[in-house]
Write a new protein. Structure first.
Length: 93
C-alpha cells in the first residue's frame, strides 16, 4: 500500500537562508468550550533548491525525507507571487 505524502498551502515569511524558505501554514480551529474560531500558525522550514520563493508568496509544500535537522518539507509549486512594496527613504519623511 502506497502512502500519500502530506501537502500544505502557506505563505513564505522568510527566504534569507540559502536554499531554504520558512513557510507559515495557518489553520482554523474551534475552541471546545467557548466555540470561538482560533487561527493557528505553524512554521515549516522547506527546501527551495533554486531560491525562487520570495517573501509573501503563496506556495504548496510537500512532505519529503529529512534533508537536514529541521527541513522535512520541500516547495512543490509557487501558487501566487507576493507583492513586496519598496519604500524609498524620501517617502518616509
Amino acid at each position: 500500500m502506497e502512502k500519500k505524502r502530506k501537502t500544505r498551502v502557506g505563505r513564505v515569511v522568510s527566504n534569507k537562508m540559502d536554499k531554504t524558505a520558512v513557510v507559515a501554514v495557518e489553520t482554523l480551529r474551534h475552541h471546545p468550550l467557548y466555540k470561538k474560531t482560533i487561527k493557528r500558525a505553524v512554521k515549516f522550514k522547506t527546501h527551495d533548491g533554486n531560491n525562487e520563493c520570495g517573501v509573501g508568496d503563496i506556495v504548496r509544500i510537500i512532505e519529503t525525507r529529512p534533508l537536514s535537522r529541521q527541513k522535512r518539507w520541500r516547495v512543490a509549486e509557487i501558487i501566487t507571487k507576493g507583492e513586496v512594496i519598496e519604500v524609498q527613504p524620501k517617502e518616509i519623511e
